[in-house]
Design a binder for this molecule. Sequence first.
Ligand SMILES: NC(=O)c1ccc[n+]([C@@H]2O[C@H](COP(=O)([O-])OP(=O)(O)OC[C@H]3O[C@@H](n4cnc5c(N)ncnc54)[C@H](OP(=O)(O)O)[C@@H]3O)[C@@H](O)[C@H]2O)c1
Length: 252
Amino acid sequence: MDLGIRNKNVLIVGASKGIGRAIAVAFAKEGAKVTTIARSEELLIDLQKEINELNNENNKYYVSDLMEDNANALALKILEERGAFDIVVHNVGGSLVSRNALGTLEEWQYAWKFNAGIAIDMNNILIPPMIEKGWGRVVHISSISAKMLRGNPLYASSKEFLNAYVTTVGRELASKGVVMTAVMPGAVAFPGSYWDNYTHTDPARCEDFLRHHQAAGRFGTVKEIADVVLFMASEQASFMQAALIPVDGANM
Ligand SMILES: NC(=O)c1ccc[n+]([C@@H]2O[C@H](COP(=O)([O-])OP(=O)(O)OC[C@H]3O[C@@H](n4cnc5c(N)ncnc54)[C@H](OP(=O)(O)O)[C@@H]3O)[C@@H](O)[C@H]2O)c1
């Protein structure tokens, strides 16, 4: 199936490793022009080498700590240097935030900014040119935790806020040619990841988690998430406005 992604101008926020890296490689394989952002320059250089071999080498990376830097200003700079984007994937986020349900406002704000705020701040700059062109795809990496509302309360609540943002803003954009969606992964393991570490340090905990919470009985792979993101960014997703898509091995 031709996904219509060749030569599309794509930005992946949080692309140096894990799910984000797999997404960047998947877009490069489809012949997209890929721009990436993360904190680790070393990892971004390594990724850039790999994707330059896959497409026309018109790729670029930006090093930024988006929790410290002004994400809105960075979006503006990247827009000026790389042109209006067709596709943006927001992947920054994670559960490694405070787990204290009675945490401070600062702790809750940190979790919210990490999992939703950065994307919202960048969309403010990146989406208006899509509306002008009448075509765009904005895919957010949420989590099945948003639906199940289990585990770390700060993480689950922040991702649930992100889902509400995608639903409400996705509807606002629906008639403008811009399809905003979220993909909700279940537990995904890759070398160095949270779950991969547990498979080595506490295999019993992993087995217990898989038996009780993922009906598929295994962790997902980064490719299984990236393939769905590709589809959500494609021409074929033209009637999927505001969709929240689980990719979770039947989380329960
Ligand atoms: N893995 C799972 O099981 C799972 C399950 C459900 C949902 N998710 C969601 O999927 C997304 C990716 O998860 P992952 O497991 O692949 O996470 P990860 O390995 O921690 O990767 C996150 C990416 O974001 C970048 N990043 C982190 N903090 C940043 C910051 N302050 N500024 C700029 N870039 C930053 C990281 O690069 P640097 O470290 O180089 O900055 C990395 O490229 C997250 O939103 C997560 O909540 C993951």
